[in-house]
Design a protein around this ligand. Structure first.
Ligand code: NAG
Ligand code: NAG
Ligand code: NAG
Ligand code: NAG
Ligand code: NAG
Ligand code: NAG
Ligand code: NAG
Ligand code: NAG
Ligand code: NAG
Ligand code: NAG
Ligand code: NAG
Length: 675
């Protein structure tokens, strides 16, 4: 440091006395820089098809513009320019930047643009020496890998733009030294997960864009430290749920965009206690329901942009609870057949849009018609009054709402269910299913479910409901074939009743277990059908028949196995054997097939093994005949299972270990079998 300073002082009078003229390839001028906001000595060599940077450039140059040339290598190519503040190298063919010798003498540099180049990596040290840099732009490049400490010592950096590269993960280490960063642009990359504490060092960050990435998961602590963040852009990702907990870290957040994400539903508390003024959740093809309390305790929320969601059929009358500042609510081009007046009642003045929705001309549009008549004096001001239409039924032509006669619109009407009224759902065993049932009507309809067994579940006794969920939501966990049947949702008010029927078909499993060889102390059980069901492993459960409270003993077997010999049994005792699959969530077993067998008495010392049933013979023959087929299918099933398992990247990390099991098991099983 010291030597470099003295060197500058010594060199300066010498160099400044030399009159270096403008390179012939370039224009030299004094120019108002947009980036530095001052007039700077500029050498402009833009778009000259140069292969090399001019070697002699006036030493007083403060801005060197070199975009649109053909530089591929910068090593030993950048002239000595002690006053350089601004360097634009965008739109070149730069393939690599090396580890630190390129920019190191540009100690005054404040702005560097390396966009539209070809390099793929940023290695530690590349920016060594340019610690005055305030703005670094590397957009629309091929950047894939960024070393963890590449921005070390760049504590003046305020603006980092890495838009449009191929970055797939963000490392917290990048930011350890750039704690003054205010603007971070990472849109149009391939980021798929936001880890906890990623941004904890950049406490001054105000703007963070992660639009157009592939984010599927956000850690609850992903935004910790972003106390001053005001704008968070998460639109156009693969986010399926609002990251409610993660959002709580940001105490200054004003603008939140979650547009074009595959979120299907907003439930109670999706957004809570965030100081946002503006939330945008538009352009989602999957969003269907906005339930009670989705926007809860948002004391600063003024604008909710919820338009262009072609599947959005329901916004609950109490979707906004304790949102006193709401002034703008855009709901146009959704799939709403009605909107409850409750949403805007008792609010000072809300500006609304609602055109492009399949509104029905029933009692639900009465308040809208009324508001249109009152113009600006209504508490609900429609911004699109002339575009509002409704229809008698969804098939009929729509008519202008304004042209309706208020007196012709009834004050009450029957419940109208949203969505398909008849639906068949095919489910796999052990899956969970959620059925949503919502209805509009005045008075607001009450909902209840009638299960296939005839049991009625309503708000007071629906123990399937998780607290906080809408009463029209029925969630069934750990499905079994016997859960199949018609689930009816009934919406009822004093005008009429409406039904919605969901037929659930839980795939049956065709697995049979039989005792094959029985001795006094061991029983061999055989089974079939396991290869054609997608479980990677099964459990054999057994216990004696005579002690009611007895726990099952369990043995885990792979789907490729067909038999198992259980040792150390009590002679002359009745046993129950079952084949089952483990329900991971419940830690319980789902029994697929069971059989009984009585062990021989103690005198029967393992010589005379007898076969218990004809079924068992058939099974054994079937096993031999089917062996070839089974092996083929086994490999297919493995592949299918793995494919399913790898769909979520986070899960796959955990999944690796579990996959090792089936192969290991087979060896231990073989040794057991031979005893
Ligand atoms: C630099 O030169 C290019 C091409 O001649 C021109 O388009 C651009 O406006 C110039 N920039 C400045 C700052 O003079
Ligand atoms: C930077 O400056 C040092 C000391 O003056 C010199 O040795 C080195 O060659 C320079 N590097 C470049 C890339 O100009
Ligand atoms: C946040 O911003 C306020 C003013 O906007 C400022 O006073 C405060 O120092 C900032 N805090 C951090 C951690 O950047
Ligand atoms: C929604 O999509 C349209 C067309 O794709 C686009 O022009 C618009 O900017 C998007 N709006 C939001 C809020 O994402
Ligand atoms: C819109 O709602 C109707 C019924 O209200 C439904 O039949 C249709 O599938 C919905 N459209 C979309 C895209 O979800
Ligand atoms: C309603 O307000 C808007 C803007 O606030 C104004 O342009 C319009 O003329 C007003 N309409 C009436 C009927 O007062
Ligand atoms: C649903 O089932 C009920 C009774 O079984 C029947 O009355 C009703 O018409 C069905 N609804 C639809 C939409 O099929
Ligand atoms: C629903 O399905 C049942 C039986 O498949 C049928 O009788 C009924 O008409 C259907 N209802 C509607 C509204 O499609
Ligand atoms: C729920 O159903 C039970 C019996 O079916 C009934 O006694 C109760 O009043 C119902 N509760 C509500 C809130 O409808
Ligand atoms: C339905 O209930 C409302 C009050 O909730 C009442 O004003 C209306 O008269 C009732 N209608 C019928 C048909 O009972
Ligand atoms: C298993 O064996 C039993 C008895 O032979 C037979 O009834 C059943 O269909 C078989 N199941 C499969 C899936 O092959």
């Amino acid at each position: 440091m010291f030597t470099w300073l003295t060197l500058q002082i010594i060199m300066w009078p010498v160099v400044s006395s030399l009159e270096i003229s403008c390179p012939i390839e370039c224009d030299c001028l004094v120019h108002q820089s947009l980036f530095i906001n001052a007039k700077v000595q500029t050498v402009n060599c833009s778009s000259r098809d140069l292969l090399e940077i001019p070697s002699v450039v006036p030493l007083t140059t403060e801005s060197l513009l070199l975009p649109g040339n053909q530089f591929s290598d910068l090593l030993n190519n950048i002239p000595f320019l002690p006053r350089l503040l601004e360097l634009d190298l965008s739109n070149n063919l730069i393939k690599q930047l090396g580890r630190g010798s390129i920019f190191q003498n540009l100690t005054k540099l404040r702005f560097l643009d390396l966009s539209y180049n070809r390099f793929r990596t940023l290695l530690n040290g590349v920016f060594r020496g340019i610690h005055k840099l305030e703005t670094l732009v590397i957009s629309a490049g091929h950047l894939k890998f960024i070393d963890e400490r590449v921005f070390d010592d760049m504590n003046n950096m305020k603006h980092l733009n890495l838009k449009g590269n191929s970055i797939h993960s963000i490392s917290a280490e990048w930011f350890y030294d750039v704690m003054n960063l205010e603007f971070l642009e990472l849109a149009h990359n391939e980021v798929f997960y936001l880890n906890g504490e990623t941004f904890s060092a950049v406490v001054h960050l105000r703007h963070l864009s992660l639009s157009h990435n592939r984010i599927r998961g956000i850690h609850e602590r992903a935004f910790v430290g972003l106390r001053n963040l005001t704008t968070l852009l998460l639109d156009n990702n693969y986010i399926t749920e609002v990251p409610s907990v993660a959002l709580l870290s940001m105490r200054s957040l004003r603008v939140l965009r979650l547009d074009a994400n595959p979120i299907s539903q907003l439930g109670t508390g999706a957004f809570t206690h965030v100081p946002v003024e503006e939330i945008s959740l538009s352009n989602s093809t999957t969003l269907q329901l906005i339930d009670r309390g989705s926007f809860l305790d948002l004391l600063s929320l003024e604008k909710a942009y919820l338009f262009n969601n072609p599947s959005l059929q329901y916004v609950d009358s109490h979707a906004f609870i304790n949102v006193p500042q709401l002034r703008v609510l855009l709901l146009h081009r959704n799939n709403l057949s009605a909107l409850s007046h409750e949403i805007v009642k008792r609010r000072p003045s809300v500006h609304l849009t609602l055109h492009g929705n399949p509104l029905l001309c029933n009692c639900n549009v009465r308040w809208i018609r009324k508001a249109l008549g009152q113009g600006n004096s209504s508490s609900a001001v429609f911004l699109d009054p002339d575009k509002l239409t409704c229809s008698q039924t969804q098939k009929l032509d729509s008519i202008s709402l304004k042209s309706l006669n208020l007196a012709d619109i009834p004050p009450f009407c029957e419940p109208v269910m949203i969505g398909y009224l008849n639906k068949t759902i095919n489910a796999e065993i052990r899956e969970s299913q959620t059925f949503a049932c919502r209805a509009f009507g005045i008075p607001p309809p009450k909902l209840h479910w009638i299960l296939p067994s005839g049991i009625v579940l309503n708000e007071s006794n629906n123990n399937f409901l998780t607290p906080g969920k809408h009463p029209g939501t029925l969630t069934l966990h750990h499905l079994k074939p016997k859960d199949s049947g018609v689930y009816k949702c009934v919406a009822e008010n004093n005008v009429s009743v409406a039904f919605k029927n969901i037929t659930l078909q839980v795939k049956n499993v065709d697995i049979g277990l039989f005792p094959q060889r029985v001795s006094s102390t061991f029983v061999t059980v055989v089974w079939n059908g396991t290869a054609r069901n997608n479980f990677p492993e099964y459990d054999i459960l057994y216990k004696t028949d005579n002690q009611p409270g007895e726990e099952y003993k369990t043995i885990t077997v792979s789907y490729v196995h067909r038999s198992y010999t259980i040792n150390n049994l009590e002679p002359d005792t009745n046993y129950q054997f079952c084949i089952a699959v483990k329900d991971e969530e419940e830690g319980d077993y789902l029994q697929l097939s069971c059989a009984h067998a009585q062990t021989r008495d103690a005198n029967f010392i393992m010589q005379g093994i007898y076969t218990t049933s004809k079924g068992a013979i058939a099974v054994v023959l079937g096993i031999v005949a089917g062996m070839f087929l089974t092996i083929c299918m086994a490999s297919m099933v493995t592949r299918k299972y793995r494919h399913r398992h790898y769909e979520t990247p986070e899960k796959s990390l955990i999944g690796n270990m579990a996959h090792a099991l089936p192969e290991n098991l087979s060896s231990s099983l073989m040794s057991q079998d031979s005893t």
